[in-house]
Design a protein around this ligand. Structure first.
Ligand code: KE4
Length: 425
């Protein structure tokens, strides 16, 4: 850990907290972060010479495993033609056709450079389309560091104890209505009182930024019904779940069609990317057609498009979702069985290759349940696992990811180490 420690010291002199994204700083799990030298398949190789089985998968993008050879070759092939043109390029059309083919609700879309840009643009578009200002979000959901959405946010904001970021003008936050996820009465009452002022609901259909939370039966359908009745825009933030839980994301699984969808992560194949799209009548409000402005120097960048096209085509060809579900269930059941044998209260919500760990007596249905879980147990488990070669997200308020390369001895070894971590509590 000496090389990582010296790198971290240099980093801290120049980067706030020594990181370019807060959750990487290990602030809630103690110690200092390792630095990654390279990554391959299900493994990270640290600057200190350690090999780790990775359950973060760079926060979701590497569903095919790190440094996938097909994605690499696609990037190299694109690179031979240049890195950025600032003009339309053929890859953008191919990507757009792929996304519309994969995601049920997409009629039109626009590429951008991060999930944050995608949700920020979708919110602006919904406000421009409806002429309304209010937006509903849900406590614990994280939609990137968008000013108006950093209110009771999850992920790193929650991890570091600042779910309401400073630096957000009160006027911005005043336009954001924050409700508890899975509270049907609250969202119904809010629309009854002020439905004609509500531009949009933005929701992670499966919230995965305060651990992993699943919707109550009928909840997503209720959000759809309320938006339809009140002419508000339903935005699914599928930056994390898109192409992860199914090729068409949560909307394919539950059959609830949002008006707009925010996307990111997997569709960039590991390079910077975001996208938002949905109903053509809404998307056509975007410049240069309509009055809602949105732009980006590197939007549709050929390298990122080439990487994302390959990642998506590989998902279409392989359809790895049954395999990923099998991996997720194996880990979930092993952890639950071990915790039960030790008399430890553990919940392991799991969907496909996503799972979370809540040390809690009862299932976690919302933010309050999540923050009431035992984060000290999580910290102990995280550090035991890391010291034995398994890297979990460095926060109790994140979600674990697996990839198609978590197979054979890797998954067996990881399960053994995670179960030993529970036994050591
Ligand atoms: P980015 O701007 O980080 O590309 O995407 C923001 C975003 C939007 N919506 C959802 C549902 C997200 O999960 C994210 C980003 N996810 C976090 C992990 N929980 C990224 C990791 C980080 O912030 O370093």
């Amino acid at each position: 850990m000496n090389i990582s420690k010296s790198l971290f010291k240099r980093a801290q002199d120049l980067l706030p907290g020594g990181v370019n994204s807060p959750v990487r700083a290990f602030r809630s799990v103690g110690g200092s972060p390792f630095f990654t030298e390279r990554a391959q398949g299900a493994h990270l190789f640290t600057a200190d010479g350690s090999q780790l089985i990775d359950f973060v998968c760079t926060w979701g993008p590497s569903i095919h495993g790190h440094n996938d050879p097909d994605i690499r070759n696609a990037i190299i092939e694109a690179l031979d033609k240049g890195t950025s043109f600032g003009t339309p390029n053929p890859y953008e059309v191919q990507m757009a056709e792929l996304l519309v083919d994969c995601v049920p609700s997409l009629e039109k879309l626009r590429m951008c450079n991060s999930g944050t840009e995608a949700t920020m643009s979708a919110i602006r578009l919904a406000r421009g389309f409806t002429g309304r200002d209010k937006v509903i979000k849900f406590t614990g959901c994280y939609h990137g560091h968008v000013d108006s959405l950093l209110v009771k946010a999850g992920s790193g904001a929650l991890t570091l104890g600042h779910p309401d970021s400073s630096g957000i003008p009160a006027g911005f936050a005043a336009e954001t209505i924050v409700l508890d996820y899975n509270d049907s009465a609250a969202v119904q009452a809010t629309f009854n009182e002020q439905g004609s002022d509500i531009a949009a609901i933005i929701v992670e259909p499966y919230p995965a930024n305060c651990g992993l939370i699943m919707p109550d039966t009928g909840y997503l359908e209720l959000l759809r019904e309320l938006c339809t009745t009140h002419n508000s825009v339903l935005i699914f933030d599928e930056v994390m779940t898109g192409f992860r839980v199914a090729l068409g994301g949560v909307q394919e699984i539950v059959g609830v069609m949002p008006d707009l969808t925010a996307m990111g992560k997997i569709i960039g194949g590991g390079l910077p990317v975001g996208a938002f799209g949905g109903r053509a009548d809404i998307m056509n409000q975007l410049a240069p057609l309509g009055p809602v402005y949105q732009a980006g120097t590197l939007s549709g960048n050929p390298l990122a498009m080439a990487a994302g096209i390959t990642a998506l085509n590989k998902l279409k060809m392989l359809q790895p979702y049954a395999q990923l579900e099998y991996f997720g269930i194996r880990v979930r059941d092993a952890l639950l069985d071990t915790a039960k044998s030790k008399g430890i209260a553990l919940q392991v919500p799991q969907v496909g290759s996503m799972f979370a760990l809540f040390f809690s007596d009862s299932p976690v249905r919302n933010y309050n349940d999540a923050v009431a879980s035992d984060t000290h147990h999580f910290k102990s488990l995280f550090n035991y696992a890391l010291s034995n070669g398994v890297y979990l997200p460095p926060s109790a308020f994140e979600t674990c990811f697996m990839c198609t390369q978590h197979k054979g001895e890797d998954i067996d070894l990881a399960i053994e180490i995670l179960c030993n971590a529970i036994r050591a509590l």
